[in-house]
Design a protein around this ligand. Structure first.
Ligand code: NAP
Length: 293
């Protein structure tokens, strides 16, 4: 049986890795901070003490980690994946990172004869727990074909988008629209509230209207209960907006709405909301409107 290695057991990585071990694969996990692997161990995963041993002993190495800096450390360092994985193995990074950082990984992987798939995901913790993530993949097509069944354990919509950084770009495009949706929804709800609408009924009707996109559907409970415990934090979204704006700047792609929403995220972070769910934007607007509950 092919051996899978997993690096990064954060909010997303843990439930995703669990699906792999529950599907019967031989899985070895590593997380930088000790303790987060306990749950996976109880499910039957092996726990490694370092990335090097995960890389040396796996046919497929998957990472789900924070950002460009984390990816560089995990993939490029002397004790990282690309220095230690076997030629012929496959490295799959599922994090949200920049196309530039990802292209540098691709170059190093090719030199080491390691196949590299970019596989960022859409959806959040709830979808990871239900194996209903949308997975966007780019890289060598034959590697995608070899890994498709692994992806199908974590997601139900799997898209192969091209040989290079296409999946990285698409992930940024979609997150841009998700982030802008949260800003749009926040403004609409505060205006509605000021007009005396019932909070829950307003959300219910918007959800069922022409603008009731899937993101509004899966944020329904968060908004109705005003419970902004994070599935995806304001800081994480700000990181993604920086990736979009940096990437756009390189080709002079104007993104005025994205720039504006990035400023809102700064305001949220500066007012102590950085670790809340990004849909908490509505609460900041209520405060600015002088109507905070
Ligand atoms: N949360 C979501 O809803 C969501 C949805 C789609 C995509 N994403 C993307 O998926 C990725 C993971 O998100 P998450 O919510 O799971 O993040 P998270 O809960 O903050 O977890 C981040 C993981 O990365 C590890 N990490 C960070 N820096 C590292 C380093 N230098 N070396 C090794 N490991 C490092 C962390 O280890 P420690 O435990 O030691 O800190 C942790 O396991 C991000 O790129 C995010 O943008 C998130």
């Amino acid at each position: 049986m092919k051996k899978i290695g997993w690096i990064g057991l954060g909010k997303m990585g843990e439930p995703m890795a669990k699906k792999i071990v529950q599907a019967g694969y031989s899985l070895t996990v590593y997380n930088r901070s000790a303790g987060k692997a306990d749950e996976l161990k109880s499910e039957g995963a092996f726990v490694a003490n370092d990335i090097k041993s995960v890389a040396e002993n796996s046919d497929f190495i998957i990472s789900m980690i924070s950002d460009d800096a984390a990816l560089n450390t995990v993939a490029m360092g002397p004790d990282g994946v690309l220095q230690n994985a076997k030629p012929g193995s496959t490295f799959i990074d599922m994090s949200t990172v920049s196309p530039v950082a990802s292209a540098a990984i691709a170059e190093t992987a090719a030199a080491a004869r390691i196949s590299y798939l970019r596989a960022p995901v859409n959806g959040t913790v709830m979808q990871a727990e239900a194996s209903t993530l949308v997975i966007l993949i780019s890289g060598p097509k034959e590697s995608f074909d070899a890994c498709e069944e692994i992806f199908r354990k974590m997601g139900d919509k799997i898209f192969y988008t091209g040989p290079d950084e296409q999946a990285r770009y698409l992930k940024l495009c979609i997150n841009m629209m998700v982030g802008i949706s949260s800003a749009m929804m926040g403004e609409a709800l505060v205006l509605g509230e000021s007009g005396g609408l019932d909070w829950e009924q307003m959300i219910e009707i918007i959800k069922n209207s022409a603008v009731g996109s899937p993101v509004i559907h899966y944020k329904e409970k968060t908004l109705k209960e005003r419970n902004f415990t994070p599935a995806f934090t304001v800081r994480q979204l700000a990181k993604d907006f920086d990736l979009m704006l940096d990437t756009g700047r390189q080709s002079e792609i104007p993104m005025p709405i994205t720039s504006h929403v990035r400023q809102n995220l700064s305001t949220m972070i500066a007012t102590g909301r950085g670790d809340q769910d990004f849909f908490a934007y509505v609460e900041m607007l209520e405060e600015l409107a002088g109507m905070k509950k």
